[in-house]
Design a protein around this ligand. Sequence first.
Ligand code: HEC
Length: 147
Amino acid sequence: MPDTPHLAAQPALSIFYQLLQFRDQRRKGGGMEAIATTLTEQDMRDIAAHYATLPAPAPQTGGDAQKIARGQQIAQQQYCSSCHGAQLQGQKHVPRLSGQSHAYFVTQLRNLRSGARADMDGTMASAARSLTDEEIEAMAAYARSLP
Ligand code: HEC
């Protein structure tokens, strides 16, 4: 569903940490807080390990080439790739962005920018702070186009 993230191929640690944040009510959305309270930490690790092994979502083809190129430029200039990976594939606790749903990506980045979604250590909030709406749209188009 557009507002629901693709979890397949997300780094296991990233899913695990997000579930902890939902459980502790530090992140809210999609009714995930209630769901996460029913899970033990071992359940969370097991679920995360499962999703991490699933094949990545198929990249979207035929997107706006100009927007995608702009997104790629921003990813390099703003060091998004230094944490999220060269193909925005994620690593350790840093989520995978490639193939992510456009609507979800845009909402999350706006929420991280405004502080409506608090991240673990504030690094993502500072990365998002200076992004314009146009740059967020371009980043989402770029991420969605990646395998
Ligand atoms: C210093 C490392 C770092 C940099 C630089 C960085 N990110 Fe992040 N990003 C993270 C971490 C860690 C999270 C998970 C935050 C959390 O919820 O605790 C995240 C989360 C996100 C999310 C939410 C993903 C999801 O599945 O919920 C998006 C979208 C995102 N980053 C986009 C970007 C973009 C675009 C840039 C460049 C402008 C960027 N990030 C730069 C570390 C980074």
